[in-house]
Ligand binder design. Structure first.
Ligand SMILES: Nc1ncnc2c1ncn2[C@@H]1O[C@H](COP(=O)(O)OP(=O)(O)O)[C@@H](O)[C@H]1O
Ligand SMILES: [Mg+2]
Length: 148
C-alpha cells in the first residue's frame, strides 16, 4: 500500500506524524528516507508526541540511537554514521514487540532491517513544502488508513 501526503510547514509535518503515532502499536518499524533537512527529525518529534512522549526528540546523530519512554517506547536511530559498517550493531532487540523504532538513513543498514515496516520517503519540494510517500505491506495498511 502507498499513501502520499504533502505538508506546508514543520508544524503540519509534526501533526501528520502525530496522527501516525496515534494509530501505531508497539513493534512497528518506521524508516525515514530523505536528504538532510528534509524533515526526518521533525517528523520523529511529532510521532513521539503521538506516543505521549514528553521529552523533546532531537537528532541522535552523535549518539546513533536514543530511547524515549511514553505510552509506547520509542527508539530513534540515526544510521548516517554507520554507512559501510557491516557488523552486528546490536539493534536486533529493538526490532521487537516492545518498541516503536524509527530509523533515519535506513539505506545504510538496510541488510539488518526487518522487511515488515513502514517506509517513508520525504521529498523537499521547496523551503516549506514536503512530500511524504508512505509505503508498507498490506498487513500494515490499517495503520496508514489512520493518516489517510
Ligand atoms: N513542511 C516541513 N516539514 C518538515 N520540516 C520543515 C518543513 N518546512 C520547513 N521545515 C524545516 O526543515 C528542517 C528539517 O530539519 P530536520 O527535521 O532536522 O531534517 P532531517 O532530520 O531530515 O535532516 C527544519 O528546520 C524544519 O523547521
Ligand atoms: Mg535528522
Amino acid at each position: 500500500m502507498e499513501l502520499i501526503k504533502k505538508t506546508y510547514s514543520a508544524q503540519e509535518t509534526k501533526q501528520l506524524a502525530y496522527q501516525l503515532g496515534r494509530s501505531i502499536q508497539q513493534g512497528i518499524l518506521i524508516t525515514l528516507q530523505g536528504d538532510l533537512g528534509s524533515g526526518k527529525t521533525t517528523f520523529t518529534q511529532g510521532l513521539a508526541k503521538g506516543l505521549d512522549i514528553e521529552k523533546t526528540v532531537n537528532s541522535p546523530t552523535f549518539t546513533i540511537s536514543k530511547i524515549y519512554h511514553g505510552r509506547l517506547n520509542l527508539i530513534h536511530i540515526d544510521a548516517y554514521r554507520l554507512q559501510g559498517l557491516h557488523q552486528d550493531l546490536g539493534f536486533d532487540e529493538f526490532f521487537d514487540p516492545q518498541w516503536v523504532c524509527v530509523v533515519e538513513w535506513p539505506q545504510y543498514i538496510d541488510e539488518i532491517l526487518p522487511k515488515n515496516r513502514i517506509d517513508v520517503r520525504i521529498l523537499r519540494i521547496d523551503e516549506l513544502s514536503r512530500e511524504f510517500v508512505f509505503a508498507c505491506d498490506q498487513s500494515l495498511a490499517t495503520v496508514l488508513e489512520g493518516i489517510a
